[in-house]
Design a binder for this molecule. Structure first.
Ligand code: 13P
Ligand code: SF4
Length: 304
């Protein structure tokens, strides 16, 4: 049988490549990656790493972000069809129209957006740093693109003057209050962890709210032994590796991201071998998109 793990390691060395994988990837992809993490961490690695090639096991906007931050490196997305439906809910045409009618409003875009949307934005955020970054803009009129759930969470928490783009993550938006209540009833001792891409009414029921990385860290340091995991099921792989003595319960096994699960070992091998699919971004988009990411890093690093 073809040994993908061995062959991937060989190609990686030959091509001076690094493999980055998001926490929502399949366990075998997370295990073979050089760096596994959330959106913020992986974008920092992409910006700072010394390598000729980055193979990004994630979805399209993540590989695009890596290219914006490391334009001189070859950035490869193993599955061309691994997109993020939420990122596609914000189009440049509509955002340009909004900006024309609201010239006094600052555009805050979630990292889950296309490069074109980032280029039209004043600043970017990820779920890890959204609260830190938004505090710097709390006196401004704001538009948050495209996740209305994360936007509602920020608006509610900081009492912001903020318009919300009508976008959502189809995975997180599927969690409903009845599911959560039933699970809390079934596991009364479990702590309920929520990603802010879920609806605000659900996030308000959580014992802890955070990005995938923050949820993982919480489970590591907590004395509790049982957790209801309110985000895409992929993160449970890392939670179990880090805390084998604790129990991690999926709210519903069907709440997984089809796009994140597209990448298999075979795709990763082919991506390294054929150097496909290459991410390219025109300079006139790359430069302003980079600016909105740089402002995000500047604020995050200043507040670290
Ligand atoms: P984080 O990695 O920032 O937690 O975001 C989750 C997500 O939906 C990525 O697509
Ligand atoms: Fe997009 Fe949601 Fe999948 Fe993340 S989990 S890539 S936001 S669809």
């Amino acid at each position: 049988m073809f040994d993908y793990i061995k062959e991937i390691a060989k190609l990686k060395k030959e091509k001076n490549a690094v493999i980055l994988a998001h926490f929502y990837q399949r366990p075998e992809i997370q295990d073979i990656a050089d760096y596994t993490g959330d959106s913020l961490y992986l974008s920092k690695v992409a910006r700072d790493i010394d390598a000729e090639m980055i193979v990004f096991c994630g979805v399209h906007f993540m590989a695009e972000t890596a290219k914006i931050l490391s334009p001189d490196k070859l950035v490869i997305l193993p599955r061309e069809d691994a997109g993020c439906p939420m990122a596609d809910m914000a189009t440049a045409t509509k955002l340009k129209e909004y900006k024309k009618n609201n010239s006094d409003t600052k555009i805050v875009s979630y990292v889950n957006t296309t490069a074109e949307i980032k280029a039209l934005s004043d600043v970017c955020v990820t779920s890890s740093n959204a609260e830190t970054v938004i505090k710097e803009f709390k006196d401004e009129k704001l538009m948050y693109v495209p996740d209305q759930n994360l936007g509602s969470y920020l608006k509610d928490k900081f009492d912001l003057r903020m318009d919300l783009w009508p976008g959502f993550c189809y995975v997180h938006n599927r969690f409903n209050l009845e599911d959560i209540e039933a699970m809390k009833h079934k596991y009364p001792k479990a702590k309920f962890l929520a990603h802010p891409e879920m609806k605000l009414e659900i996030v308000k029921q959580a014992d802890y709210v955070g990005s995938t990385k923050a949820l993982l860290e919480y489970t590591k340091q907590s004395d509790d032994k049982q957790f209801l995991v309110g985000t895409e099921v992929g993160i449970i792989h890392q939670m179990r590796l880090a805390s084998p003595d604790k129990e991690f319960i999926e709210i519903n096994q069907d709440f997984y991201c089809r796009n994140m699960k597209k990448t298999r070992l075979e795709d990763l091998y082919n991506a390294l071998l054929n150097e496909e699919t290459k991410i390219t971004i025109p300079d006139e988009i790359l430069e302003p998109a980079r600016k909105s990411l740089d402002i995000m890093f500047e604020i995050t690093e200043k507040n670290a």
